[in-house]
Design a protein around this ligand. Sequence first.
Ligand code: ARG
Length: 258
Amino acid sequence: MKMKKLVSLVLVAACTLSLAACGSKSEEASSSDEGKKETLVMATNAEFPPYEYYEGEEIVGIDAEIAAAIAEELGMELKIEDMAFDSIIGAVTSGKADIGAAGMTVTPEREESVAFTDTYAHATQVIIVKEDSEIAGPDDLTGKTVGVQLGTTGDIYAEDIEDVTVERYNKGFEAVQALTQGKIDAVVIDGQPAKEFVADAEGLKILDEAFTEEDYAIAVAKDNTELVEKINDALAKLKESGKLDEIVAKYISADDAE
Ligand code: ARG
């Protein structure tokens, strides 16, 4: 009799426990249904390692992880939309995306159409040439054919070179390929992707002298000051906690930092 009682007690206890577990699960489900997490839509161009690129089907990289960390701070769910780089600002201004995070340099021209958050990375535009090239610095680009990714700062600055022919590609990688094939004389592109592309190619080098210095920030619709402030707060927290450095260190070795 005693034994039976014990068994039934255990059964009741197990039942209660499993009910509780069940209960808390369904509670969780229903509460997240009610207060369904808002989505933070990020527009990017995932052709820009180590900031954003595909690993299988997934878009990974520094920007993807920073945006995910920001979304987490804001209690939102991140959704990444891949598009052409020169469509990102339009996606943000039209409201198709909430943010543009794409190793995007803050420029006065862009600031006319979007608001930028605080900056989160320093960068340079570098020149890639063939190992045996006679081009040794920006001044030698005069009269040459320079490849860039369409709509990037590399594109904007290359335009200013005297007597230059600018070849615009949809992907930075395609410009580097054209250089390998001898179709163009040089590529002007951001320093970190340059390192990745050159490492994967044969016979190319990056010139020591950088073309420009710049800073990356996240683009937000101009009238959405609330989101800019929220992201700046989140960024400050990520900087303070060391999380931002941690994300960067995962993709860029300390020697290669700019
Ligand atoms: N920093 C450059 C710019 O803002 C290039 C950025 C390219 N980014 C990309 N995800 N493809 O114009």
